[in-house]
Design a protein around this ligand. Structure first.
Ligand code: PEP
Ligand code: MN
Length: 349
């Protein structure tokens, strides 16, 4: 990782640096941060001669050689000072709430518009709405591209950014063309490296944010963070990690709740963590407690399924969605826990 003395390298400096690393079989990937651009050396950066030559350039501040499988997402990376903002919230400074329907019903768009307005009123900063859905049963409703227009209309009506999952490159291109602000990578695709690469490439020159869910069968935390590195490696570091429960082990909860991994993630990566309690416990009645626990464990935000009339919803909404009243109450309490958790962290309590 090359850190220049100024905010960014001039084109001539970039050319010089690129030609030096090329001699050692490496390339340069600029990573544009809010304050300054840093330059990742892609390839084997262990050659001391290459490092010495780069360090000898008068416009280079220093070279960081992080021995980590995820050198950009690593907590020791210079990107650790990168901040991600969405819906008026800078992650880490205030609890971010993403809420809305699991699945938009293209036959009943008004439910989505009402839900969008209600979750905004309840205190959400980002509206979620599933357009294309990964369904276990191939005969279940798989989503509909028409719902993309409904999602964007929800954005226009509320003024809030919107979140939708993409499962392939075509959906990715459609979502970006429509202006989706937060791209969700679902639990089933968290290890789909070609999709992760395609997303990285597609968002490289944009300020789009990616919400990367934890895979159902992910084991080590490095596997999760490395999946984020696949996206960041193309130049956009706006990636949020989203624990959402792993393969079920308990009779009763949909998944094995994993909101307790946040402190462990934060020891390894600077990436913000937004927990999804809805898919973790999988039943509306259990969601508020899981949400509060997630915040107590240090989550920077929550992603919660909600619907104005869950029984009229589709996908997960009839069983998982909170009503706007319960969502509002959960947000109030989650903010209180956030304050407490942060007081504990800073020792001010
Ligand atoms: C969803 O967010 O509706 C969803 C399908 O999530 P996950 O990928 O976590 O199962
Ligand atoms: Mn869902």
């Amino acid at each position: 990782m090359i850190l220049p003395k100024s905010n960014r390298l001039t084109p001539a400096q970039l050319t010089e640096v690129t030609s030096i690393v090329a001699e050692f079989g490496c390339t340069i990937q600029p990573i544009i941060g809010a304050v300054r651009t840093i330059y990742a050396i892609v390839g084997d950066e262990r050659d001391d001669l290459m490092i010495n030559r780069l360090e000898g350039l008068d416009y280079i501040d220093r070279i960081d050689r992080i021995q980590s499988p995820f050198k950009l997402m690593d907590k020791r990376s210079d990107l650790a000072s990168h901040r991600i903002s969405l819906g008026g919230v800078t992650l880490g400074e205030e609890l971010l709430v993403i809420a809305g329907q699991c699945t938009i019903d293209p036959k009943n768009p008004n439910y989505f518009y009402e839900t969008a307005a209600a979750v905004k009123e309840a205190g959400a900063h980002v509206i979620r709405g599933g357009v294309w859905k990964p369904r276990t049963n191939p005969y279940s409703f798989q989503g509909d591209t028409k719902s993309l227009d409904i999602l964007m209309e929800g954005h226009r009506r509320t003024g809030l950014p919107v979140d939708a999952e993409v499962m392939d490159e075509q959906q990715l291109q459609l979502a970006l063309a429509a202006g989706v602000h937060l791209l969700q990578v679902g639990a089933r695709n968290a290890l789909n490296y070609s999709l992760l690469r395609a997303i990285g490439r597609a968002v490289a020159e944009r300020d789009t944010v990616v919400l990367l869910k934890r895979g159902l069968h992910m084991g080590s935390l490095s596997e999760f963070i490395s999946a984020a590195e696949y996206i960041a490696a193309f130049g956009n570091p706006n990636i949020i990690l989203c624990p959402r429960g792993t393969a079920p082990t308990l009779d009763g909860y949909r998944s094995h709740p994993d909101e307790s991994i946040t402190p462990l993630l934060k020891e390894k990566t600077w990436a913000p963590v937004v927990v999804d309690p809805s898919h973790s416990v999988g039943k509306a009645v259990y969601v508020p407690a899981c949400a509060l626990a997630a915040v107590a464990y240090g989550a920077d935000g929550l992603c919660i399924e909600a619907h104005v009339s869950p029984s009229h919803g589709i996908g997960d909404d009839p069983k998982q969605a909170l009503t706007p009243e319960v969502l509002a109450d959960t947000i109030v309490r989650a903010k209180q826990v956030w304050e407490l958790a942060h007081k504990v962290k800073t020792g001010n309590s």
